[in-house]
Design a protein around this ligand. Structure first.
Ligand code: NAP
Length: 286
């Protein structure tokens, strides 16, 4: 690597010390022989405008954005592409000769992970658990691709507000239900896929799940976007019910691959990125 000419990429967020993105992107740069490097930078909320000024001044080539900056960064950029303006949040920024352009690859990343098992998304019945940041990006992508969407959330008014935003922006009707067992069981009867976009089941509360095997059917495809642990309780329940599963690395690797392609214009080495993320997860003591 020629460090005097290196193109620099970063992740900004707080916290960032457990991120798998540096491992994934540096492995991809190495695999393609690119003179690029990717670092994780902790940016507390109050320093976000300074950090963006710094990125401009240093001429960094691009960066990823994570919690808590995905929404607040929008007003600090020069342009948003359609994916980011639809969701109102950004996870990827490209520095295009001084112009900072925001993208959102989270939703498309989740869609790509799902497509591997479900095929065409159009007209598929999908139950989405959650109405937070990740759920927003996923819901917009699913609705845009023609899925029939039911959103189930602990705080129902939040999910209703979110569903009406989707309806206004896309003209697509979205069902909203609570997490009550009877409601979820009913919604899952005819569902093709279930996606967990809540933090339920995430380490250290890895024994928790919002849906158990008795509420699922054999044909159901179950995608948990939680990836610590990789095999969540929800995915174990899905396997017991005879369903097919997709773990949280699917979305993570695909959103990273899409960012890589936006920055470099080259096809991302997905297998290399997936292996690097798995290696880092295996190295963690949980
Ligand atoms: P967020 O904006 O904080 O949203 C959290 C969601 O979880 C909300 O819908 C919240 O419901 C729900 N929730 C939290 N605790 C709950 C509980 N005890 N019972 C029921 N619902 C509960 O978080 P986020 O950024 O969307 O992230 C959600 C999860 O996705 C995290 O585990 C994160 O690590 C993971 N994630 C994975 C990827 C990937 O690439 N695989 C990408 C992004 C995020 P309320 O609305 O009622 O509070």
């Amino acid at each position: 690597m020629n460090l005097a000419k290196v193109k620099l990429f970063a992740l900004i967020g707080d916290p960032i010390d457990q991120s798998l993105s540096p491992a994934m992107h540096n492995a991809a740069f190495r695999a393609l022989g690119l003179n690029c490097a990717y670092v994780a930078l902790r940016v507390p909320e109050r320093f976000l405008p300074d950090a963006i000024g710094g990125i401009r001044a240093l001429g960094m080539a691009g960066f990823n954005v994570t919690t808590p900056h995905k929404i607040s960064i929008v007003g600090l950029l020069d342009e948003l592409d359609e994916s980011a303006s639809l969701v109102g949040a950004v996870n990827t920024v490209k520095n295009d000769r001084g112009k900072l352009i925001g993208f959102n690859t989270d939703g498309e990343g989740a869609l790509r992970a799902l497509k591997g098992k479900i095929g065409l998304i159009k007209k598929k019945e999908v139950v989405l658990l959650g109405a937070g940041g990740a759920a927003h990006a996923i819901a917009f992508s699913l609705a845009s691709a023609g899925a029939r969407l039911t959103i189930a959330n602990r705080t129902v008014p939040k999910a209703r507000a979110f569903a009406s935003t989707i309806e206004q922006k896309l003209g697509i009707n979205v069902e909203v239900i609570s997490l009550a067992r009877a409601k979820l069981t009913e919604a899952l009867k005819n569902a093709d896929a279930l996606i967990n976009a809540t933090s339920v089941g995430m380490y250290p509360r890895a024994d928790q799940t919002l849906v158990s095997a008795s509420m699922m059917h054999r044909g159901l495809i179950v995608n948990d976007i939680v990836y610590r642990p990789l095999l969540t309780r929800l995915l174990r329940e899905a396997r017991r019910a005879g369903g097919r599963t997709i773990d949280g690395l699917g979305m993570l690797v695909h959103q990273g691959a899409l960012a890589f392609e936006i920055w470099t214009g080259k096809r991302a080495p997905i297998k290399v990125m997936d292996a690097a993320a798995k290696r880092q997860l295996r190295g963690e003591s949980m």
